[in-house]
Design a protein around this ligand. Structure first.
Ligand code: SAH
Length: 262
């Protein structure tokens, strides 16, 4: 059972779709469902559409905000049928699945401590809001007919869960074939910074940007959103993030100008 991916449904209005999502997840070996601001989910419709994934449905956790739902996740993947303005990197479902499977393999026995990946699905009518997309580290699109690209919510969960299950199998088979241990590459000994560490970094960066006058609170012009997009496109390693935090902290202290002078 794969518990390092959590499926997050935001603002679902038809409980039958929650049941269909639960069924799709269980079919592919995933078991963790989180609901943000969704309709009641333990309904007749939901149980009927879950076709026996009752346990998964009953264990679903409810949250008031997306932030709370993904607090323990190091990667937050927003899914959308549309191209979004000012969004994080757009990837196909398969690319996201491969990236997740590879990171999981690299993390090896530390995978649990490393944090979960959240796959976030939007409302039936309007998808995810721009603010919710801002919380995401990737945008996942299921490639389909450009003139008819919006899948039913349960179907979208099915495709994402299927790709992740397949990618997980492919990557473990490759590792077995090569006879390599999970942590083969020294690069990978230094894990990618966690989602929580990135959040702290963004808060720190924003504070410095405000204090130095670089960011005008009366005219922020999407600056933080663009900065986040830059760092999420190429997420730093944990050690690299420490350097960046150190630089920020140094700007908050008085500069020792006379240090080298006799
Ligand atoms: N009218 C909405 C579509 C909502 S479909 C919109 O334009 O955004 C409900 C949810 O299913 C979406 O929010 C998304 O999470 C998922 N979904 C549907 N089609 C998708 C696709 N082609 N790629 C990725 N996610 C998709």
């Amino acid at each position: 059972m794969n518990s390092d991916i959590t499926f997050v449904l935001v603002g679902t209005t038809h409980s039958g779709n929650i049941g269909a999502a639960a069924r799709a997840m269980k079919n592919m070996g995933f078991n963790e469902l989180r609901l943000v601001d969704c309709c009641a989910h333990l309904t007749k419709d939901a149980f009927a559409r879950s076709s026996g994934a009752d346990g998964l449905l009953k264990a679903a956790m409810r949250f008031d905000s997306l932030d709370d739902a993904v607090a323990d996740c190091q990667a937050v993947i927003g899914t959308s049928a549309r191209d979004r303005h000012l969004a994080v990197p757009v990837m196909s479902c398969r690319e996201v699945a491969e990236e997740w499977a590879q990171e999981k393999l690299n993390a090896g026995p530390d995978a649990d401590a490393y944090g979960k990946t959240a796959m976030v699905f939007g409302r039936e009518r309007s998808g995810l809001s721009n603010e919710e997309m801002d919380r995401c580290t990737r945008l996942l699109r299921i490639p389909c007919n450009p003139e008819f690209s919006s899948l039913n919510l349960g179907a979208a969960v099915q495709v994402v869960a299927y790709e992740c299950a397949q990618a997980s199998n492919r990557v473990s088979i490759m590792a077995l074939d090569n006879g390599k241990p999970a942590k083969a590459d020294t690069e990978d000994q230094d894990p990618t910074a966690s989602g929580e560490a990135m959040q702290h970094f963004y808060e720190h960066l924003q504070r410095v940007m405000l204090n130095t006058g670089f960011l005008d609170p009366d005219n922020p012009r999407h600056l933080m959103r663009r900065v986040r997009r830059y760092f999420e496109r190429n997420r730093p390693k944990a050690s690299e993030l420490n350097i960046l935090r150190g630089i920020l902290s140094a700007t908050e202290k008085p500069f020792p100008r006379n240090k080298r002078e006799p």
